[in-house]
Design a protein around this ligand. Structure first.
Ligand code: F6R
Length: 609
């Protein structure tokens, strides 16, 4: 995610802003910028690349201004370029804005503002904000920002300033964090606490729907309607490293807990207002191609491949188009039988994985239309594909992928429902029921996260095991694969995922007294079959952890431990079922003293074959 800093006080603002941005570097970014009011105008400097590039650009001048705002950008709308970097300004160069979040209705607003005569410089959604503020400004920035934000659908943390009121910053948030740091004769604003810790530990944590007027001497907090809000001071007692992780012990745990927010961002703006259809404006596949689709291929590596396996099941189920799913390093060399007009979906968090890139090129060479599901705007995969479905998970720092996976799943549900809608292969009421449940799935994930202690206790129990099995059928098997990989890569416990019905063809020989088996049984049509597999392993002495929806009494009698998923449409079970498995891997790794965020032998981005 992007980083925001703001300062108003008695010091020179530029070094304070740069220092704050440096402390947010760990989050990942692709461009950076600052703006300060000076001599009745704005001094604006922004650059694609690292903060060093920005500092270099600033190095020959000194700026006496004592207020300003700064930003590190992780590109969403528009490539990572100088022009698209924040801050953004209005036509007259009087208002400057930095923004985290996504403005869903920016296209409509942009068209309207253009018709009003506003001239846009960038491809970003953010740029509508300074123009809206310019439109509403009547000598009071606070009121203009309030009016502008009334027009915005989506999420935001914003900092704004105007040349005519230097020293007065107006800030606001909805669904994107923002913290005000309290100083003496100076105040600070940031998207994250580490940016403030050099200067203060006293903060106001703004809540969703709150805004604040910040000057060197006072901070007035209100809601977005202008009603005053009383804030208690929150004193931060974290050290810097802990603060970078948002108070969590590891990035992985932080990212697991970010999943409800990440899911909301993936779905945002992609389901129509009345919740009946998926709208994927970013796809340029023409309706005829969709109607005539004969075959879909999905290809990816590791965790992204596991998301692809879920993708295969749900696309086939909802659209009746045959789907092949391949590991990219296999796909690229197996001479796949792709025909022009086939659809190939490549999945990659980083968008830089060498095998996935090669698979993408192979698919294009053979005339397929390629859709990339990726997290990194402007990545190689995003640039080389015909169309891109961004996951908007925000930067993932832990090597083990969690929020990227869950948002890849969400992207696949959107794609499958969109294809089904275009082809008319799913009854309307069924599609709407799934969409309804999808819109609420983030709350199910939050419920599971609130029960992490139960999973931590299970991890403690099994931490010294030499091996574990994950079994399931259909979608449950797809999730079992991901659960098994997560456990292996960070706890170094050997684990295998097995299609439950396949055990008796060999692997059952390994099920002996006390061997832990994590059995996923979430699919109503396969439940009885899954149950008989649980009986099979129980009869050989296995200790079963059953993962199911509440109300399955038979499995309740068989499982030694039960993990319940909150109710949802069963086809969406993977989004919920993976959460306890991620937590299980995390707590097992902790219990074994492993390096969770940087497991041995692994790198975050595999750019070599
Ligand atoms: C496992 C993990 C890896 C990646 C794989 C592909 O937790 O993160 O298996 O999923 O290396 O990476 P991307 O998605 O960047 O192509």
């Amino acid at each position: 995610m992007c980083g925001i800093v703001g300062y108003t006080g008695h010091r020179e603002a530029v070094p304070v802003l740069i220092d704050g941005l440096r402390r947010l570097e760990y989050r990942g970014y692709d461009s950076a910028g600052i703006v300060v009011p000076e001599n009745g105008g704005l001094v604006l400097e922004k650059r694609a690349g690292t903060l060093d590039v920005l500092e270099q650009a600033l190095s020959n001048s000194r700026f006496p201004a004592t207020s300003g705002i700064g930003h590190t950008r992780w590109a969403t709308h528009g490539a990572p370029t100088d022009v698209n970097a924040h801050p953004h300004t209005d036509c007259g160069g009087r208002f400057a804005v930095v923004h985290n979040g996504i403005i869903e209705n920016y296209r409509q607003l942009r068209n309207w503002l253009k018709a009003e005569g506003h001239v846009f410089k960038s491809d970003t959604d953010t740029e509508v904000l300074p123009h809206l503020i310019e439109h509403y400004y009547r000598d009071d920035l606070y009121q203009a920002v309030r009016r502008a934000l009334e027009q915005i659908e989506g999420s935001f943390a914003v900092l704004t300033l105007v040349t005519t009121e230097p020293g007065r910053l107006i800030v606001a948030r909805r669904d994107s964090p923002l913290v005000v740091g309290l100083g003496e004769g100076e105040n600070f604003i940031a998207s994250d606490i580490p940016a403030l810790l050099t200067y203060t530990r006293d903060t106001y944590l703004l809540n969703d729907g709150e805004m604040a007027e910040v000057t060197p001497d006072f901070i007035k907090v209100s809601d977005l309607n202008g009603n005053p809000v009383h804030k208690e001071i929150f004193c931060v007692n974290w050290e810097c490293e802990q603060a970078e992780k948002g108070g969590y012990e590891h990035f992985m745990l932080k990212e697991i807990h970010e999943q409800p927010r990440a899911l909301r961002d993936t779905l945002r703006g992609r389901i129509d207002q009345d919740g009946r259809r998926v709208v994927l404006k970013e796809l340029n596949v023409d309706p005829d191609t969709v109607r005539n689709l004969k075959k879909i291929f999905i290809t990816a590596c590791g965790t992204a491949f596991h998301a692809g396996v879920v993708g295969k099941y749900i696309i086939e189920k909802m659209t009746r188009i045959p789907v092949e799913v391949d590991i990219a390093s296999e796909f690229r060399y197996r001479d796949p039988l792709i025909n022009p007009g086939d659809l190939v979906v490549v999945v990659s968090q980083s968008g830089e994985t060498a095998d996935t890139r090669a698979a993408l090129r192979e698919a294009r060479r053979r005339g397929a239309h390629v859709i990339a599901i990726t997290n990194v705007v402007g990545s190689s995969v995003a640039r080389e594909a015909d169309d891109v479905l961004y996951t908007w998970a925000g930067p993932e720092i832990a090597v083990a992928s969690t929020k990227a996976y869950i948002t890849q799943l969400a992207a696949f549900y959107l794609l499958a429902l969109w294809l089904a809608g275009e082809r008319g292969t799913l009854p309307d009421d069924e599609r709407e029921a799934i969409l309804h449940a999808l819109r609420e799935i983030d709350t199910g994930v939050s419920t599971l996260l609130a029960d992490a202690d139960q999973i931590a206790a299970l991890a403690q129990r099994y931490k010294d095991q030499h091996g574990l099995f994950f079994i399931g059928r259909g979608l449950d098997f797809a999730v079992a694969m991901e659960g098994s990989l997560k456990l292996k890569e960070i706890s170094y416990i050997h684990a295998e995922a097995y299609p439950a019905g396949e055990l008796k063809h060999g692997t059952l020989a390994l099920i002996t007294e006390g061997v832990p088996v994590i059995a996923l049984a979430t699919q109503p049509d396969l439940f009885e079959k899954a149950l008989s597999n649980v009986k099979e392993v129980k009869a050989r002495g296995a200790e079963v952890v059953a993962l199911t929806f509440e109300g399955h009494h038979d499995i309740e009698d068989l499982g030694d431990h039960l993990v319940y998923l909150p109710a949802t449409h069963p086809v969406l079970a993977p989004i919920l079922a993976v959460v306890p498995l991620q937590l299980f891997a995390y707590y097992a790794a902790i219990a074994r003293g492993c390096s969770v965020d940087k497991p041995r032998n692994l790198a975050k981005s595999v750019t070599v074959e």
